[in-house]
Write a protein that binds this ligand. Structure first.
Ligand code: UD1
Ligand code: CA
Length: 459
């Protein structure tokens, strides 16, 4: 099999975004554009993937990590100049090189595969991925000559009026015979409207050397959307959102209002899950069968077990078991774990706390830095007093304990198995198993006191 390489162009600043954040790091459905591109490429069998970085090089490298090798383009002199930066690694290798821009987040691995297949079938030295655009402005146009053979690509800024009317655009994705690509790049000049070394000029150079140039036109223009500004970014977001939501619906997930549902590309959702309107589900979240999420909930990197119901709540980096009830208006903060059949009700905040199965905190509580056993009942208004101004301390509540309403558990502290804490207690010493602890001022009733008060009142 032929060797395959990929070069991702990601060195530009993205001036048109008018942003502190480098263009290719702008997220689409929660994932940076360049990561979308690299993830799709990495599903193909490649010998090597190289990303050309420049502006924000460190941040781009940090984002992609080991998914790519890197070369640096210090000055951004154009897309042709950028590819040439991979010369030392690639130039003498035999095989096919795919070049993709880091700002085309909607491009799919299936389309890249079709492009590669077409390139092989045609025995071409260069194959351009093209698309028909209703509005081609901003893109390079594909110029075809006699027999509809591709001759060259002309950039918008260099195009004549006649050329501007052409609706077949260069998507910025290509396959090349690797060695031919690097030979041709030596001859690319910068005598054009932008004074840049254009990668698309390689097409005309190869054509003039009688190499075979081919084009594969993808039927779906949306895949080739190049994001240069924030208007295009919002279009990409919308298209990606539709694509992701449709895939989940086809897999058996009910999404009540897909226009108002935002699901990240790496989220996994099982059958018969219902997603109510207004949810944002991100990161590596996994939702198991029959769960119901929403309306208006946000889940980031969470596991949600079978049959769990989450209403109007926010949860991040946490494990939520089966048949759990969360919300309305609960906040599950990172590193929490809720066992099966737990209930975390309205206005309850949980942070770095584990709940054993069947435990409940139904109303108005803060449970942070805590280990809660099985079958525990935490009354309304309970607070784990976890912070002394310097350090965080652990509260342990053992199985079947019962914490009365409006209690403060001053950590570090342990409430033993089956123990009771009386309502309104401030507990700062361990409570033995099966004990009742009352830690509040005693109530005194002064009979007839009201009449005395009234008689003392001045006229
Ligand atoms: C480019 C193509 C155009 C095509 C369009 C598709 C050129 C000259 N034009 O135009 O034909 O229709 O993409 O979206 O190639 N980059 C570098 N180094 C540079 C310049 C750019 O790494 O010196 C990177 C950018 O970060 C970006 C990509 O290359 O990810 C494309 O550059 P951009 O400036 O967006 O090119 P377009 O004007 O969109
Ligand atoms: Ca672009």
């Amino acid at each position: 099999m032929t060797n395959r390489y990929a070069v991702v162009l990601a060195a530009g600043q993205g001036t048109r975004m008018k942003s502190k954040l480098y263009k290719v790091l702008h997220p689409v459905c929660g994932k940076p554009m360049v990561q979308h591109v690299v993830d799709q490429l990495n599903t193909l069998e490649l010998n090597e993937l190289i990303t050309v970085v420049g502006f924000g090089a460190e941040k781009v490298q940090h984002q992609l990590g080991e998914d790519s090798h890197y070369v640096i383009q210090e000055e951004q002199l154009g897309t042709g100049h950028a590819v040439l930066k991979a010369e030392d690694i690639l130039a003498d290798k035999e095989g096919t090189t795919v070049v993709v821009c880091g700002d085309t987040p909607l491009l799919t691995a299936e389309t890249l595969q079709k492009l590669l297949d077409h390139h092989d079938e045609q025995n071409a030295q260069a194959t351009i991925l093209t698309a028909h655009a209703d509005d081609p402005s901003g893109y390079g146009r594909v110029i075809r000559g006699g027999n509809a053979q591709v001759e060259r690509i002309v950039e918008q800024k260099d195009a004549s009026e006649e050329e501007k009317a052409i609706q077949e655009i260069n998507t910025g994705t290509y396959c090349f015979d690797n060695q031919k690509l690097f030979e041709a790049l030596q001859n690319v000049a910068n005598d054009n409207a932008q004074g840049e070394y254009y990668l698309p000029d390689v097409i005309e150079i190869l054509k003039n050397e009688s190499d075979k140039i081919s084009a594969y036109q993808t039927p779906d223009f949306s895949e080739s959307l190049g994001v240069n500004d924030r208007v295009a970014l919002s279009k990409a977001e919308k298209l990606m959102k539709q694509r992701i939501n449709e895939q989940h619906m086809r897999n058996g997930v009910t999404i009540v209002d897909p226009d108002q549902t935002y699901i990240g590309p790496d989220v996994q959702i099982n059958r018969d899950v219902v997603i109510e309107p207004g949810c944002i589900i991100e990161g590596n979240t996994i939702i198991e069968e029959d769960a119901v999420v929403g309306p208006h909930s946000s889940l980031t990197n969470c596991f949600v077990g079978k049959g769990t119901v989450i209403k109007q709540s926010v949860a991040a980096d946490s494990h939520i078991g089966e048949r759990v009830q969360v919300g309305p208006y609960a906040h599950i903060r990172p590193a929490s774990s809720l066992g099966d059949e737990v209930k975390v009700g309205n206005f309850v905040e949980v942070k770095k706390a584990s709940f054993g199965s069947g435990s409940k905190a139904s109303h108005l509580s803060y449970i942070g830095d805590a280990e809660v056993g099985d079958g525990v009942n935490i009354g309304c208004g309970t607070i784990t007093v976890n912070y002394d101004g310097h350090n965080k301390h652990l509260t342990t509540i053992q199985d079947d304990a019962f914490i009365g309403c409006n209690s403060n558990l001053v950590a570090p502290v342990t409430v033993g198995k089956g123990a009771y804490v009386a309502a309104g207690s401030t507990i700062n010493e361990d409570v033995p198993a099966e004990a009742l602890s009352i830690a509040r001022a005693r109530q005194t009733n002064k009979e007839g006191y009201a009449a005395k008060m009234k008689s003392n009142k001045k006229e």
